[in-house]
Design a protein around this ligand. Structure first.
Ligand SMILES: Cc1cc2nc3c(=O)[nH]c(=O)nc-3n(C[C@H](O)[C@H](O)[C@H](O)COP(=O)(O)OP(=O)(O)OC[C@H]3O[C@@H](n4cnc5c(N)ncnc54)[C@H](O)[C@@H]3O)c2cc1C
Length: 430
């Protein structure tokens, strides 16, 4: 099979689309394919509640600390293509950006509009220019599912019931992880890569809810509180802050795992905990679970009270007050927070209210998670994200084995890895 003069990009999520944008802008013809009929479905989901949190404020050195275990790599990637560069790029699409809570940066245009303009720029390239040999600069083909690497260097696809082969000198794989498979990113590519001898770390849930064994009473009260708040409002609130999968009741509490404290909202659900607060320590929780099968969080039910203030308040004698009355009067501990206290401290020890043990039994399934841990091992890639065993083939975005918490770091990572690979392809073709 003759090699295509176009760069083949497999996967039309933000990482693949950004490669396509940069290459097309440089006059390099691109064939973008995806198993879905339209692009960017997970990107659309990411921006669907609470706006598109597209990156995070901070210097590359500061932000790289969020890319667990890959800080040095991401410092370099973020120096090459930083949050400021990303903001300028959104501006090119006509979207301003603004800084929200805790340094999260949001696009001012709705995500559908961002994607529409992005797509328009790609398609418009065909009207203003054609690549060398008269090939259209940009072509998209949906409904093509990558199934494997052919023996002669070709790429194998399924289109309906038919097998299709494509050849290309340069190919970029941007197939995403395995969360929310309804968006197209189903992680089935793992088998194809492993069959070609490429090491892939198993896809696992990241930025996901965690499970705890609540008593039937607490589960019932959580359900009641959720219903009282109104299922829609509770979901919207949880979603706006964190895209939480399950509805629940938001509590003003803090958690610690391995000495790391949560930053963000914690939502109690029937199965355990959700919310951006949980995601912010999710990596540490998973490390514990993977190491020993269990993980005990320290729950602080009164994060706004210092240990000293707690001591002072508890120095008031309880007198004839019931425990619940005393907890309410001395500490303002009521409702679900009080029930959670009783759940975690059956002996009713209020001095422990800032440090109660909660056993986490597992992570929610990958299908529900916001992102995936695992993917193509970084040892399989060179510094330009090219597969060492398949020169000319690049792996970018979430399908490579790196992870970060929510807050804009995921999309920034996808763009920065796509930037690095597309730079290399431009170098190779110049
Ligand atoms: C609910 C939710 C909220 C999120 N919120 C945020 C946020 O606020 N900020 C943030 O930074 N990130 C957020 N993310 C994460 C972010 O959306 C992802 O990290 C990002 O979309 C990954 O981009 P990608 O291009 O690597 O992969 P994807 O976006 O997953 O795209 C992969 C593409 O590859 C295609 N594909 C997969 N397998 C095949 C195959 N075999 N053949 C052909 N095509 C295939 C898929 O159809 C898909 O189009 C959120 C994610 C979710 C689910």
């Amino acid at each position: 099979m003759g090699k295509e003069k176009r760069v083949l990009i497999v996967g039309a999520g933000p990482a693949g689309l950004f490669c396509a944008y940069r290459l097309v802008e440089a006059g390099i013809p691109v064939l973008l394919v995806d198993r879905m009929s339209s692009p960017g479905r997970k990107f659309l989901l990411a921006g669907s509640s609470g706006g598109l949190n597209c990156t995070h404020r901070g210097t590359p050195a500061e932000l790289s600390a969020k890319y667990y275990g890959n800080e040095a790599l991401f410092k370099g990637l973020l120096e090459d293509f930083s949050p400021d560069d990303l903001i300028k790029w959104y501006k090119k699409l006509g979207s301003d950006s603004f800084v929200g809570n805790g340094g999260k940066i949001f696009a001012s245009l709705p995500v559908q509009e961002v994607l529409r303009r992005w797509w328009e720029k790609l398609e418009a390239a065909n009207q203003t220019a054609t690549g060398s040999r008269g090939i259209p600069l940009f072509t998209f083909q949906g409904g093509l599912e990558f199934t494997g690497f052919g023996a002669a260097g070709q790429f194998m696809f399924r289109q309906g019931d038919a097998a299709v082969e494509l050849g290309a000198e340069y190919a970029v794989f941007a197939l995403g992880g395995g969360s929310r498979p309804e968006t197209g990113s189903n992680g089935a590519w793992v088998n194809a890569f492993q069959a070609a001898g490429i090491q892939v770390a198993p896809l696992r849930s990241a930025n996901c809810g965690v499970e705890a064994r609540w008593s039937p009473l607490l589960r019932q009260r959580i359900a009641e509180a959720t219903a009282r708040a109104g299922a829609t409002r509770a979901t919207a609130r949880a979603g706006a802050a964190s895209h939480a999968h399950g509805a629940g009741a938001s509590l003003d509490i803090a958690l610690k795992c391995s000495g790391r404290a949560t930053t963000g909202e914690v939502v109690l659900t029937g199965y355990g905990l959700e919310g951006s607060g949980v995601y912010s320590i999710g990596w540490y929780i998973r490390q514990e679970l993977e190491k020993s099968g269990t993980c005990t969080l320290a729950v602080d039910l009164l994060p706004h009270l210092s240990a000293e203030q707690l001591k002072r308040r508890l120095s008031k004698p309880r007198g004839k007050n019931s425990l619940s009355n005393y907890a309410r009067k001395a500490l303002g501990l009521t409702g679900l927070s009080y029930l959670l206290f009783r759940e975690l401290s059956p002996e009713g020890d209020l001095t422990q209210v800032k440090n109660l043990p909660l056993a986490i039994t597992g992570c929610r399934p990958l299908e529900e998670a916001i992102s995936s841990a695992g993917g193509v091992c970084l040892s399989q890639l060179d510094s330009d994200f090219m597969l060492k065993s398949k020169p000319g083939c690049f792996v970018v975005g979430e399908m490579a084995d790196w992870e970060a918490p929510t807050g804009g770091y995921l999309l920034q990572g996808c763009f920065s890895t796509a930037y690095r690979a597309s730079e290399k392809i431009m170098d190779l073709l110049s």
